[in-house]
Design a protein around this ligand. Sequence first.
Ligand SMILES: [Zn+2]
Ligand SMILES: [Zn+2]
Length: 354
Amino acid sequence: MNTGLPARKINPLALPKGTEKFCELCESVARLQCAACEVTFYCDAEHQRADWVGIHKRICQLLVPLRDPDQLCSDNLEFNLKKVELIEICRSEAQNKLSQGTPHEALPAAHSCLRCSIDVHGSGSYELAPAYLLLAEANMGLGNVTLVKQLLSQTEWVVSNSPDCPNEIHHRLHRSLGRVHVLTGDLEAALYNFANDIYYAAEAFGLESTVVSDGYFLIAGVFVKQGKLPVARSLYSAAAESWHSHLTELHRTNIHNPHFSYDKSQQLEADKMFQTMLEFEQKESSKDSTQEALLNHCLAIIWFLGVDVQKAAGFGSAALQASQLIPNQDLAESIRGLLQLVQNPQADPRPGSD
Ligand SMILES: [Zn+2]
Ligand SMILES: [Zn+2]
């Protein structure tokens, strides 16, 4: 069988007596080993393939000095530094796969991240929380709700044992808990967790940050499900306002930077969020033109920064139309500037401004 992977059958005679090797992914008894590093083992070719695609091809050679008894670093500090580097590679790889919408492929990297984190920090440290949260997020994407709940309660455990756990981790934990409670329909628990999420996000990133705005957006979604539309509406408008000032600032500072483009996966996520708020606004009997103008302007900016002029022009026109119904002339002016830029990318919309 040729899988294109560096695979080799384990020779049991080559192993010291009484030692058995276990699969990197599922921890059942291994029959194969990676022929490139010789320190990683698998139950079957399918698990080797999944691990190879998910993370192993990036870390195969990095594992040798950490696992091969003949090459083990003698220096403890150097050994730990290498592991910390490995944790970071696995963390960012898992995060990338999640952003790309392939939670299945994020699992091996998240598993490796957890394994290395336990090696370095021990099993009770809050430093394991990022790895648990990545695993939880990947499983949330795959619909494994029971497993997500287990992973989150493990996270709660390590977090509650660590008085010095940073606010950012509390925020991420509560956000994941909120999202899983939305999935299972426990809206009261979702509200409680999103409220905590917002509190810790504000402590970690500041009240004006888009992380907090995303919290407003999420909690508003729960109020919509409960039919509490006025609360939802005011939270959506707080989220839209804060995102709007973030995006206009981002646009302003990158206006002369031809190489700047909005990160694709972030762009899709933001697009989905603005569209949800826009749909909500359009269902309301008394439409708020300011909100419509802000949201369409946000959409126009992210598509302009994401280099899709056609979409930017469409949302820009809708924004301009809505802005003509409100007294805020600065907003209309700023939308006109963007539309000019969309129609003629060479023109500087703010003559004499710099
Ligand atoms: Zn396996
Ligand atoms: Zn390998």
